[in-house]
Design a protein around this ligand. Structure first.
Ligand code: AMP
Ligand code: MG
Length: 418
């Protein structure tokens, strides 16, 4: 006799692993093609549209790395000390002056151009001045010390940033150092987002006794904003298939992605899947991930559709592991490999094989001073406190069935998922 089960994984139909779902998404989505030019001050977080080639070397001229005295390398004292008259003085921003004669030193400061002929700088802390004002240099300094040669950082003509790079503050610094005032980036991914559920009301509205304030939409909007998306908030839709289908069809024009939460399960009030199928097609609707369970992906008149589950923790996890790679693919960003930290588990856990599970966990210092992952004590997928009071997710792969304290697990800090 067939077993009855409330586990949606027990229902028939296609079921894929997270990796299969992400690979399928990457193969189905094409990046937005339009590009725009943005000023440096607006470049952080944008996706670089073309490889960036250095128009000049960095540093652009050979200069001193310290405050001190520049000399010819061939003049370095072999042993003992040697006295050098000071021929000139060069400060940052000055021209390097005349060629330095052998046997002479030049007083020089950090960032000042090296005088022609000089190739080694003594730090001022390592020298003495005699009564005549000449400088006494000790033996032992390496030829070429304390000099930053032209192009040692970046060679002119080299590719310094690749197309697909999501620009970070240090990337913006590099673009600025190269003297550029703007960069070519992909246009922002346009995302329409709405919540579903007769029981969901917006914060600020009057809440009936059996109603909840919408938290998902604000979480998803914040996550989308961090990914650089231009978001249209379509509010909350009631559990009515036709209304949902109408909004999906309308939103497909003018958006690259429609992102929803709730209504993708198999309950009577779950209309989102059928609505997608009435105006477009579903690519998958179940992924072997917990929390997460039903998470749908589809295509509606050229726009991508992703339907996340309504439970806030399931919404969070599936956004991070399904929607985020999809949005990066749409944005034209290089696919990312999440770098999990190997940490000792401070908990026991059993799970079914064949699905991936994400366990909410906090970092704590173990007895030997190294960090370990402590599991949040409760597991409900609706517990927002479980996301707020933890530091990240422990990823338990499809093959894992049993975790014991002390086992090494993969920890993903929230900072790597947001
Ligand atoms: P569903 O996926 O529609 O079956 O919803 C699963 C659970 O998540 C239900 O308890 C819903 O009340 C809750 N839920 C759905 N949408 C939201 C939302 N936008 N904010 C907070 N909770 C939600
Ligand atoms: Mg619902």
């Amino acid at each position: 006799m067939a077993q009855l089960s409330d586990d949606c994984f027990a229902f028939g139909g296609p079921m894929m692993t997270v990796d299969e779902a992400v690979a399928l998404i990457a193969s189905r989505l094409t990046p937005v093609a339009d590009t725009e030019t943005v000023a440096l001050s607006e470049a952080d977080g944008r996706v670089l549209a073309e490889d960036l080639i250095a128009p000049l070397p960095l540093p652009p001229f050979t200069n001193s790395a310290v405050d001190g005295y520049a000399v010819h390398g061939t003049d370095l004292p072999a042993e003992g000390e040697k006295v050098f008259p000071i021929a000139a003085r060069v400060q940052a921003g000055m021209s390097p002056g005349a060629l330095i004669e052998p046997g002479h030193a030049v007083r020089i400061f950090t960032g000042a151009p090296m005088p022609e002929g000089a190739d080694t700088v003594f730090m001022q802390e390592d020298v003495r001045l005699d009564e005549a004002g000449d400088v006494i240099l000790p033996a032992g300094l390496k030829h070429g010390a304390n000099v930053r040669p032209v192009g040692e950082d970046i060679a002119a003509g080299s590719v310094v940033l690749r197309a697909g790079q999501i620009l970070r503050p240090q990337d913006v610094a590099l673009v600025a150092a190269l003297g550029l005032t703007e960069v070519s980036v992909r246009r922002r991914v346009r995302v329409a987002v709405f919540s579903t559920g007769n029981e969901i009301v917006s914060p600020g509205a009057t809440r009936g006794p059996a109603q909840l304030f919408d938290s998902n939409r604000f979480m998803l909007r914040a996550m989308l904003a961090r990914l650089g998306c231009a978001v249209t908030d379509l509010g909350i839709l009631r559990d009515e298939g036709e209304a949902i289908a109408r909004v999906l069809a309308e939103a497909a024009t003018g958006h690259d992605l429609i992102l929803t939460s709730g209504g993708v399960s198999t309950g009577e009030a779950d209309h989102v899947k059928a609505s997608v199928e009435s105006v477009g097609s579903l690519v998958f609707w179940r992924v072997a991930v917990k929390p997460g369970r039903p998470v749908a992906m589809g295509v509606i008149r050229g726009a991508a559709f992703i339907g996340l589950p309504g439970n806030p923790v399931a919404s969070f996890v599936t956004f991070a592991h399904i929607a985020r790679p999809a949005i990066r693919a749409l944005a034209g960003a290089t696919p990312e490999t999440l770098l999990a930290m190997p940490l000792r588990a401070a908990f026991s856990y059993r799970k079914k094989p064949g699905r991936r599970e994400y366990v909410r966990a906090s970092l704590r210092k173990g007895a030997d001073g190294t960090y370990e992952a402590e599991k949040f004590p409760r597991e409900g997928a609706g517990l927002l406190s479980s996301l707020v009071d933890t530091d990240g997710l422990v990823e338990l792969g499809e093959e894992v069935t049993d975790i014991k304290p002390g086992d090494v697990v993969r920890f993903l800090p929230y900072s790597s998922l947001l």
